[in-house]
Each structure stands twice: as structure tokens, then as C-alpha cells.
Design a protein around this ligand. Sequence first.
Ligand SMILES: *Cc1c(COP(=O)(O)O)cnc(C)c1O
Length: 222
Amino acid sequence: MSIKQNLQNIKTSLPEHVTLVAVSKTKPISDLMEAYHAGQRIFGENKIQEMVDKHETMPKDIEWHMIGHVQSNKVKYMAPFVRLIHGVDNFKLLKEINKQALKHDRAIDCLLQIKIASEDSKFGMTPNEASKIIKSDVFSELKNIKVVGLMGMATFTNNDSQIEKEFNYLKDTFDSLKQTSTDNYQLNTISMGMSGDYQLAINCGSTMVRVGSSIFGSRNYN
Ligand SMILES: *Cc1c(COP(=O)(O)O)cnc(C)c1O
């Protein structure tokens, strides 16, 4: 099936309150443009340089989401335009994003990544670490970031009940952290679910799904 058809099939299966991030990492601009012409405006990339290059050549009404692990020293390259950073997993990174956003006189929306998978390879903080950050005095001084939600990645497994447990854990964490809000902290987004598990994620309360291979086909890393 074509990218356009894949997109349409997925979009019709999504409830209205769920946002689709088209994960276009490793894919050529021609593929992204096919999705663009089919109406897609939100794209997710996991490498900053690749996202910068695509942003430069593509139409400017696209929202670029950084979904990968972010190194602090590279934040400056995306600070002028990135719309949402999904994988914020430490306080130092949040402070760096604030610093770079200030240089561009803007506020950057961020999601805190919570570790929900059992694998050591997945990044993220504990709910307790997230809670400590948002309650700290230092955090309240960060005027150029806004924490708008949480992100999580489930374990890579065929065991649906394990994935469901991990998604429910993220939803529970969201519900508990959502009880308070401040100027720079107001939770409204749960980013969870990829090609293999986005329907399950939505059933567990996801409001934003990150779908790559089901739209663009499988990736070739060679
Ligand atoms: C690659 C990636 C996705 C998309 O994965 P698919 O299985 O191709 O849908 C989603 N989230 C993150 C963080 C990714 O790195």
C-alpha cells in the first residue's frame, strides 16, 4: 500500500482526541512529502541533525517532534524550531533546553520520559524523580520550557499483557502527576504507542501515538 493509503487507514482508526506523529526517521524527503501531501503535518525524528536537515528543506508549516534520546550539547541546533521534545529524561537536559529556548525568545514544550519497560536499554526516569523535578524551586524558575506531558516506551515483546501493564503504569503516573499544575507544568499529553501497539496504548489512555513503519514501511539502517 502507498504511504497515503497507510496514513488514511491509521487516521480513520484513531479517536479524535489522539494525535498522530508520523515517525519519519531514516526515510527520504520524498516519502515525507508524500505524507505531507496527504495532509500530515506532524513528523517525528530521533536524530537532531537529520531533523534539522529535513526542517530546512521542507515546508514551514510542519511541526517537528524530537522523539529520540537527546544529548544536551545538541539541543541548540533544534531550539529555533522544534515543537515538542518527547524524551526528556533528566533535569540537566531540561535546564539546557530552557537555556537554548531563551536565546530564541520562545518556550519549548517537553514531555518527561518515564521508564516503563523492563529492558535496561530504554531511557527514562522514575515517577518519583519526575515528581521531585517539577516540585523543585529550580524548576519553577525555568520560564522557557513547558512540561506538557509524559512519554513512555513499552518493552519489545509479543506479550500483550506485559505491554498493557506498562502502559497502565504510565497512565497512573500521568493521573497522579496531573493533580498539580504551574506556569511551566501542565500535563495534557501521554505519548505512548508505536506501530505494533498503538491500539492497545489508546485503550490504556494514550493521547499521542508515534507511528513509523506502519506508515512508511520498514526501515533500512544500512
Ligand atoms: C522509531 C520510533 C517509533 C516508531 O516505531 P514504529 O515501530 O516504526 O512505529 C516510535 N517511537 C520512538 C521513540 C521511536 O524511536
